[in-house]
Design a protein around this ligand. Structure first.
Ligand code: MCA
Ligand code: AMP
Length: 495
């Protein structure tokens, strides 16, 4: 079962229909029909074959949102090539790990972005691939695959510092797309405004796949920009918008008339990737006239739980398990807890990944008796609504991007003069949380220079908002850092 068969009702069945418009940062717009996308992906598949890429090979991309990602995704899905998306904000250190772990044939990127890749990384210029495509054969070839064949390896920030690649199969993506199209009643009449990055599953598995499965229209932009968003809404009049809470916080800054105008065209606003504060949901209802539908997912499981399309979308909750997905809430001994009692969420279903790439120990560490351990703590109300209350790990989510403190702590501890470091998430009205670093070091360590070093090595959203110099890190008798005992910040803020 190839995922591409699921998209044939659009790629073949709606070939002459407008499918996609892409607006670049300069405001230039290009249009594509589904037939164009079918032809382009066949041509790119031919180019990839010529370059010796086969089913099961990995091919990475490191690109800002653009139609070439759609071409690449469709071509790889047809060929059975495993796509490895790389966050465009990642820098050398983060990319080096992914490239070493997934061993892609090449990283598809631009000449400008290629300078950010670790030395020696094989890369292909996206502009050259696009040029070669134009003269390549458009003959369709779709390889036969098992539903559990890998379609993508998506790296999630790892609890151990280095990120792990979740192996997402054709079947996982198909199940997710079918569940969402059904649950949120997405049809070919919809118009989806795509502002999420396509290198994460929120933008790719939810956004791109519900578009391709439903045959609706999509407007793709390079990235969410607060200043340009009102223009996109008024000119494109989308019916569907998927965002992270930070985007909704930013939209709330619009004047009331603009907000109600946007609300008039949209049918459904969905939020996920991080908790949507109930006051934001309330303010949005007042200003935009819409109750945002909040849902809960993970890279490893795609979407698990969603508030209902019909019925109460309850603030602060994530709703009920999606079709085909089961959720258990368990205590530390893995026994089910009663409704109303907190525990860890376990998930099972066709949406759950096969495991982590090159981690033979996955089964033992990530699953219990076939159930995936999410690490998220939550509670189920008597009427079934699930509320997420926190996480078992120290994960920080900033603007919908995940940050594991350990990764930053390890980098800080490698810097001259730093004895040790602890990174914690502190509340931020717009981004949800931001990282703050506590460093044990002498007065001679220049914290400005430290901030600048971190900025060159990690994605911008991981750079601590502040650095606080402390004499020691508070620890338990067993040596675990007591993050709640660290002094309040800020002592220093980067310029
Ligand atoms: C931010 N930047 C970007 C992007 N977002 N660059 C390229 N593409 C992007 N998508 C850069 C900016 O250029 C800037 O760089 C820096 O990041 C901060 O941007 P700024 O606009 O100031 O940030 P913001 O206004 O706070 O908003 C950021 C954002 C962004 C637009 C909300 O955080 C975002 O797109 N978040 C989406 C994350 C996401 O898709 N998560 C899904 C994970 P510089 O600092 O160098 O100037 S999947 C997941 O969690 C599960 C499955 C789930 O449930 O969905
Ligand atoms: P990622 O590893 O980027 O896929 O992030 C997955 C994590 O995001 C989950 O384990 C949750 O902790 C968090 N998450 C996703 N959706 C929500 C939500 N609606 N509310 C709270 N946390 C969420």
């Amino acid at each position: 079962m190839s995922l591409s068969r699921l998209f044939d009702r659009s790629l073949l069945g709606r070939a002459s229909h407008p499918a996609l418009e892409f607006e670049d940062a300069a405001g230039a717009v290009t249009h594509y029909t589904f037939g164009d996308l079918e032809r382009r992906s066949n041509q790119l598949a031919a180019v990839l074959r010529t370059r010796g890429v086969h089913a099961g090979d990995r091919l990475a991309f490191y690109l800002i949102n653009q139609p070439a990602i759609i071409d690449l995704w469709l071509a790889c899905v047809k060929l059975g090539v495993i796509v490895v998306p790389i966050n465009v904000l990642y820098r050398e250190r983060e990319i080096a790990h992914i490239v070493q772990d997934a061993a892609p044939v090449a990283v598809v990127t631009t000449a400008a972005q290629a300078s950010l890749l670790p030395g020696g990384t094989a890369w292909w210029d996206v502009a050259m691939l696009s040029a070669e495509m134009l003269t390549a054969s458009a003959e369709r070839q779709v390889v036969s695959l098992a539903a559990d064949a890998a379609a993508a390896i998506v790296y999630t920030s790892g609890t151990t510092g280095a990120s792990k690649g979740a192996i997402l199969t054709h079947g996982n993506f198909a199940a997710n797309a079918l569940a969402l199209v059904q649950a949120w009643e997405i049809t070919s009449a919809d118009r989806y405004l795509a502002v999420l990055p396509l290198f994460h599953v929120h933008g790719l598995a939810n956004g791109v796949h519900v578009w391709l499965l439903s045959g609706c229209h999509m407007k793709l932009v390079e990235r969410f920009e607060q200043e340009r968003a009102p223009g996109w809404f008024s000119a494109y009049t989308p019916t569907l918008f998927f965002g992270v809470p930070t985007m909704y916080v930013r939209l709330l800054e619009l004047p009331p008339e603009q907000a109600s105008g946007i609300g008039a065209s949209v049918r459904l606003f969905v939020s996920g990737s991080a908790p949507l504060p109930a006051p934001v949901m309330d303010a949005f209802r007042e200003r935009f006239g819409h109750v945002i539908l909040e849902r809960y997912g993970m890279t490893e499981t795609l979407m698990n739980v969603s508030n209902p399309y019909h019925g109460e979308r309850r603030p602060g909750t994530v709703g009920f398990p999606l079709p085909m997905t089961s959720v258990r809430i368990v205590d530390e001994s893995m026994r089910d807890v009663a409704d109303g009692t907190s525990g860890e969420l376990l998930v099972r279903g066709p949406n759950v990944c096969r495991g982590y790439w090159s981690r033979p120990d996955t089964e033992a560490t990530a699953f219990v008796e076939g159930w995936f351990r999410t690490g998220d703590v939550g509670v189920r109300a008597l009427d079934g609504y699930i509320t997420l209350e926190g996480r078992r790990s120290d994960l920080i989510i900033s603007g919908g991007f995940n940050i594991y403190p350990r990764e930053i702590e390890e980098l800080l501890a490698e810097q001259p003069g730093i004895a040790e470091a602890a990174v914690v998430g502190v509340k931020d009205a717009a981004r949800g949380e931001v990282p703050v670093a506590y460093v044990v070091c002498g007065d001679d360590v220049d914290l400005d220079a430290l901030g600048a070093t971190v900025r060159t090595q990690l994605a911008s959203f991981k750079v601590p908002r502040a650095f606080v110099r402390v004499p020691v890190l508070p620890r338990t008798a067993l040596g675990k850092v007591q993050r709640h005992l660290l002094p309040p910040w800020p002592a220093w803020t980067p310029q």
